[in-house]
Design a protein around this ligand. Structure first.
Ligand code: ADP
Ligand code: MG
Length: 409
């Protein structure tokens, strides 16, 4: 059997018209001689009846902090509904299809509700269905623990389902269909004419995704990299070559080359809160920092852009955690301020390693755009700056112009 794994995001499934388009794409695969294995997300975005956010709002209107196990069970229904509706769309078109929950598709996870990790996949049911020419439509984003509790994989987790199933099936290609025609040099919601990048390495996409470009889940790309699976990001409703994500083997058609370009793209994360801790003089610095970071970790508060000095400790958090960070650290007797309203903007590119002057260009272009920088960090392949949320668009535009990202490739 020649499997081909196709994943469709929620915005590609929200109307009957779009689901017909999705069905046509699947049927075209069947007619070309492939055995499609389809993975779907919940239909639509916030506000749509069966979207993940709507299910979450429903439960939170009953209890603002529901049990993680109940929440996961409810959220898993969004993808199940989507899988069943798509399967019946295909049946109506004369192609046999069967919806499968994540656990029916053999996905076993650990116990971390809301952010579970896949520990194993037994693809037997999927293989059996395909062998009988029944198209399996797998509900993404979900699995089950070995003791039978339903879990979810975190937002964007259907991408992980698709790539993990492909790895279990020994399938070398995954197509991810979404509402944009590939990975662009910046989020098209901020820069509508940002061009699509034809080919990227796994490393570049992992970096972009971790820094906020939510077009594909970073964990999905990591699994693809480990298994040598080539990913294609494609639009559901537009034709076009999309973006190919693979290892950086040069010379082959379609393969990403390590480009001469210093910066490949810009990513951003909104809704950051800036935490500043002072009044440190009376403490042993290393003991205090250890205690502080342990407390944050125990309370599952992840921190980023960390700055340490004898006078000041600073970092950023998701602004949803602003209240809990104050509570968690209240007993330490420190002077703590937590300020919401920040965004982190990052320039990303494998080509910046060892190139002098990139930081200077970032700082100068933001300064010329009148965007104050509150903190920075960098690695071999990115530079991130903390800016005020209201300056985000100006910051992205300035960096987009500075690094000539309106030109593709
Ligand atoms: P899906 O529901 O199909 O999984 P997502 O919302 O998860 O779709 O991902 C697609 C969205 O990712 C796009 O609508 C776009 O706004 C956003 N996005 C952010 N950064 C980028 C980027 N660099 N290239 C393309 N899309 C991006
Ligand atoms: Mg997604």
């Amino acid at each position: 059997m020649e499997f081909c794994v196709m994943k469709f995001g929620g915005s590609s499934l929200v109307t009957g018209e779009l689901r017909q388009l999705v069905a046509q794409r699947i049927i075209a695969k069947v007619e070309s001689g492939c055995d499609p294995v389809v993975v779907v997300s919940a239909m639509g975005r916030a506000g749509d009846a069966y979207a993940t956010d709507s299910l979450m709002d429903l439960l939170r209107s009953v209890n603002p902090s529901p049990s993680p196990q109940n929440l996961d069970l409810l959220l898993s229904c969004g993808e199940v509904i989507s899988a069943v509706v798509l399967a019946e769309t295909l049946n109506q078109a004369g192609y046999r299809a069967q919806a499968l929950t994540g656990w029916q598709a053999g996905i076993v996870t650990d116990q971390s509700f809301g952010n579970a990790r896949i520990v194993s996949i037994d693809p037997e049911t999927v293989i059996q269905a395909s062998a009988q020419k029944i198209i399996p439509i797998v509900a993404g984003f979900q699995g089950q623990t070995s003791s039978g509790k339903v879990t979810t994989l975190g937002r964007g987790g259907s991408d992980i389902t698709a790539v993990a199933i492909a790895a279990a099936l020994d399938c070398q290609h995954v197509e991810i269909y979404t509402d944009v025609d590939g990975v662009k040099t910046a989020d098209p919601r901020l820069i509508p004419d940002a061009p699509t990048i034809a080919a990227l390495t796994y490393g570049e996409v992992i970096e972009l995704a971790h820094l906020g470009a939510k077009v594909v889940h970073p964990r999905a790309v990591e699994i693809a990299m480990e298994a040598g699976i080539e990913l294609k990001i494609l639009s559901t409703d537009q034709a076009g070559p999309g973006t190919t994500i693979a290892s950086g083997v040069s010379g082959k058609k379609d393969r990403p080359k390590i480009t001469d370009r210093v910066v490949t793209g810009i990513a951003h994360l909104t809704r950051r809160a800036h935490v500043k801790i002072s009044g440190l003089a009376d403490f042993n610095q290393s003991e205090l920092t250890l205690k502080l970071f342990d407390l944050l970790a125990q309370n599952k508060i992840s921190i980023d852009l960390i700055y340490l000095s004898p006078q000041l400790i600073a970092f950023i958090i998701d602004d949803e955690k602003a209240e809990s960070v104050k509570e968690v650290l209240a007993d330490l007797g420190l002077n703590i301020t937590v300020e919401k309203g920040y965004a982190k903007v990052s320039v990303v590119g494998a080509g910046m390693h060892g190139v002098p002057g990139v930081m200077a260009r970032v700082v100068r272009s933001l300064e010329q755009a009148n965007v104050p920088i509150f903190q920075t960090t960098d690695s071999h392949a990115n530079i991130s700056c903390l800016v005020r949320e209201e300056d985000l668009i100006a910051a992205v535009r300035a960096l987009f112009a500075e690094f000539e990202l309106s030109k593709e490739g």
